[in-house]
Each structure stands twice: as structure tokens, then as C-alpha cells.
Design a protein around this ligand. Structure first.
Ligand code: EPZ
Length: 427
């Protein structure tokens, strides 16, 4: 397996461009199952997870070709309706084929994803939503079988908590149906909006985009279309935090500042300077006593559904608060086990105590983290360790970096372009 070697301590300077959003590419690729013909998707990042989704679509009968960041995909022939366990266990977002397969063929058999490092991650809200649309579901040998006789019927779906992929799955099931579906307490993440734009361009009739109440007027059929994946706001946030952690000045291009309201606010409170333009952000640490690294004011965060602070940036922000000037309380409200990075950060000298769903981070100030061999446990924890390694003195070795490669396109090259001393070696 590969690992990363980082010589920390140097500020980041220059320009970095943001790739398409992983968490938009996955539902939009699944949505191509809703209509036969050639679909075109632009700005599709080349990641472990998007490659997994394309493999799943191939298993279901799709053909595709990639030209740069554009994917053309043909779903004329659907030869399968099953998402196998050995694939779903590597990427739980495979469950996103349930909704489109139900709409397109009235049947789907998808392996239950099982838990992952950050939590149990059930899909009960997805299944309850489908049942409101007339779908019969049953669990059998670790698979969920979903079927509907005739057309899906409109209904009212209420999410106990705003589930992102749950909302996306129900949208893709309801878009081709008889009647009207109301989705209450829907997720408002920008990636859901990107999917709504694609479904609308395909001929769907959906009202309420970017709100927690969606109205879907079922249509008889959809047609293939051309869509653009939005920029990855979590990748953007990861680089913003990395610069705040190491110091320096970086312009991030091809991003959407409006998708990061909470992080921008929190970084400003830490003392980090951010200037936002239409599709770029410049982040810098104002000069302090001759060294280009601002002192970091420790602040509290609570992860919440959009537009609250994203849970997918919690681990990265913790790597920053480790270097703060006081105490930061980090409250994780979305997932029950998303502190796997804490033990690894402590190996580098961080002072963190976990109390239930809260982590108490006692800042040790700038230039106190020490490089060490650490292990990645999940996608965003990996990013947290990269940020800590870039900030630490000495050498940090990060193993199991396949986690990182699920969601960050060319991260090593992008960081090298900013002056980071980071390289990938085969273990
Ligand atoms: C999406 O996961 C993202 N993944 C996650 O990003 C992200 O962390 C999460 O939303 C929250 O923003 C994709 O979009 C592919 P949820 P999802 O359903 O949809 C509970 C990353 O790092 N829940 O919004 O699976 C669930 O356990 C990944 O890129 C149920 O109980 O998350 C969690 O506590 C990690 N039953 C909460 O709801 C359900 O049926 C929110 O989960 C569904 C969810």
C-alpha cells in the first residue's frame, strides 16, 4: 500500500484549482440510469469513488467514456438491477442506484452498505421514503430488494433528520411517477441542488430547490441531457484550512465561496484573512511579528446540516484548532464515531479529550506539533492528518492513504504546487 511522506513547517503559497464535487458526481452519475441515451457530465473528478460508481453502472449495463473531466455515458441497455456486496461495501453511496432503478425498471436489489469507520450509517430513511411512494421493500441475506408494481405513486415523505443521499434517492424515485410527492425536512446541501438542476434539465418538475421542502410533480419519462458538476466545497474548505494551518497566501480558483458560509465565518473568527471573488477565494495569515503566520484564535464549532458547519470539514478544522491559542470545543452532531483522527493527532502532540460527541481541544500554539508515523482511518480523517503533517516540524508518514484517494483529486500534486514538501511512496 502507498503512504505519504511530509516534511512539515513550510507555509503554502500560490494558486490551486478545485475539482468537481465528489458528493455531486456520485448522485448525478446514478441519475443517468433514469433515461436511456447518451448523457454528458462535465467537471467529473477522477477519484476512487467516481471510478467505483462507474464500475457499478457498467455492471448494470451502462457504457461510458472519459475525455478529460467530461464523462459521456450511455444507459440504453440496462442488463442488471443488482448492486453487489463486494462493491457496495467499498462505497456506501452505491445505494444511490436504488431510486433510479425503481423509476426505470420497477425493481432493484442492492446490498445493504454496512457500517463504516464514522458510524452505522443505516438507510432506513431511504427505504421508508420509497415505501411512501408505493414501493415494497424486504431485507434478504444482507440485500434490500425494492419493487413496485406499475408506476411509483406520489406521496409525502418526511425525514427525521435531513439525509443528503436519502433526499437524493427519494427525488430520483419520485421524478418519474404518477402524482405529486412532497419531501419534508429535505437536505439543502448544494449537491442536492446540483441533482435537482440535472433532473429538471432531463424534463423533471421539481420545486423548492435549496429549501427543506421539495415538491416533485411526477412525469412519464425523462431524456438524457448535459450537466456540469459543481465545485467541491469540501476540497475547497480543506485547502482553506491547510493554508490557515501552515501560514502563507493561496488563491483557490474554480470554487464557489457561497457554498462555505459557516467555514468562512469561523476562519475569520480565528484571525484568518479570506477574500472571496465570484469563483475564487484568497486565504492568508496576516503578517505577525515578522513571520507570515497569524496566531490562531481558538473557537468552538458544532457540525450541522447545510448551511451549518459541515461534518466533512470537522476533522480538518480540528487539526487547525490543535494549534490554537486557547480551548476549542468541537461538537459532532451528525455521525456517532467521527473522531477517529483524534488518536492520530495526539501522536503528533495534540492535546484533545473526547467527551461523548464533543472533543475538547486545548490549543498548543503554532510550531509545536511534531511529525510522526500515523494511520488514515477514513476519508476526511486522512485530510486532517495531511494538514497536521504540513504544520508539524519534522517528518510525518501517513499510511492507508487509499482513504484519501477516494475523495481528493491529485492532492499530492496540488500541494506540491503550493510548495509543500509531500510525496507518495509505495509501502
Ligand atoms: C452524505 O452522506 C455525504 N456523502 C457524506 O460525505 C456527508 O458526511 C453526509 O452526507 C452528511 O453531510 C455523500 O453525499 C455521498 P446523511 P449520507 O444521510 O447521505 C443518519 C464524505 O466524507 N441517517 O445525510 O450517507 C446518518 O447515520 C462523506 O464525503 C439515518 O439514520 O449522510 C447520519 O447520522 C462522509 N438513516 C445522518 O442521518 C438513514 O436512512 C445524516 O446522514 C440515512 C441517514
Amino acid at each position: 500500500m502507498d503512504k505519504l511522506i511530509i516534511e512539515g513547517g513550510s507555509p503554502l503559497y500560490g494558486t490551486v484549482s478545485i475539482s468537481g464535487a465528489k458528493n455531486a458526481a456520485l448522485p448525478l452519475l446514478a441519475a443517468t440510469l433514469l433515461a436511456p441515451g447518451w448523457h454528458t457530465l462535465h467537471n467529473v473528478p477522477d477519484l476512487r469513488d467516481t471510478r467505483t460508481m462507474l464500475k457499478l453502472l457498467e455492471i448494470l449495463g451502462a457504457r461510458w467514456e472519459r475525455s478529460g473531466q467530461t464523462i459521456r455515458i450511455n444507459t440504453d441497455q440496462l442488463t442488471g438491477v443488482e448492486a453487489p456486496y463486494d462493491l457496495v461495501k467499498t462505497m456506501r453511496a452505491s445505494v444511490l442506484v436504488l431510486g433510479p432503478l425503481l423509476s426505470r425498471s420497477g425493481f432493484a436489489r442492492v446490498s445493504l452498505p454496512g457500517g463504516c469507520a464514522i458510524g452505522a450509517r443505516p438507510i432506513n430513511y431511504h427505504l421508508k421514503g420509497f415505501e411512501k411512494l408505493g414501493v415494497a421493500t424486504r431485507l434478504e441475506q444482507g440485500y434490500v430488494e425494492a419493487s413496485v408494481t406499475g408506476r411509483l405513486q406520489g406521496g409525502t415523505v418526511y425525514f427525521d433528520t435531513p439525509s443528503v443521499t436519502g433526499t437524493e434517492n427519494v427525488l430520483m424515485a419520485a421524478v418519474i411517477s404518477e402524482g405529486t410527492t412532497i419531501i419534508k425536512n429535505a437536505a439543502k446541501e448544494p449537491e442536492v441542488g446540483n441533482l435537482i438542476d440535472m433532473l429538471t434539465a432531463m424534463g423533471g418538475a421539481i420545486e423548492g430547490k435549496d429549501t427543506d421542502r421539495l415538491t416533485v410533480h411526477g412525469v412519464g419519462r425523462l431524456q438524457a441531457t448535459e450537466s456540469v458538476i459543481i465545485p467541491d466545497r469540501i476540497e475547497t474548505g480543506t485547502y482553506l484550512i491547510a493554508v490557515a494551518a501552515t501560514g502563507g497566501t493561496v488563491t483557490i480558483t474554480g470554487c464557489n465561496p457561497a457554498h462555505l458560509p459557516a467555514l468562512s465565518e469561523k476562519l475569520a473568527l480565528c484571525g484568518v484573512k479570506i477574500e472571496a471573488a465570484e469563483n475564487s477565494m484568497t486565504v492568508s495569515c496576516p503578517e505577525i511579528n515578522g513571520k507570515n503566520r497569524c496566531s490562531l484564535h481558538s473557537i468552538d464549532i458544532t457540525t450541522l446540516p447545510f448551511p451549518g458547519f459541515p461534518t466533512d470539514l470537522q476533522a480538518q478544522f480540528m487539526a487547525l484548532m490543535v494549534q490554537g491559542d486557547g480551548v476549542s470545543i468541537i461538537h459532532e452532531t451528525i455521525f456517532e464515531n467521527r473522531f477517529m483522527h483524534v488518536a492520530e493527532l495526539k501522536r503528533m502532540g495534540a492535546d484533545i479529550t473526547i467527551e461523548g460527541s464533543r472533543a475538547v481541544v486545548r490549543g498548543i500554539g503554532r510550531d509545536k506539533l511534531c511529525g510522526a508515523p500515523v494511520m488514515a482511518t477514513d476519508l476526511r480523517a486522512s485530510a486532517s492528518l495531511v494538514i497536521a503533517g504540513l504544520s508539524a516540524s519534522g517528518t510525518t508518514e501517513i499510511s492507508r492513504i487509499y482513504h484519501l484517494e477516494r475523495g481528493y483529486e491529485n492532492m499530492v500534486e496540488k500541494l506540491q504546487g503550493l510548495g509543500a514538501k509531500i510525496r507518495k511512496v509505495r509501502e
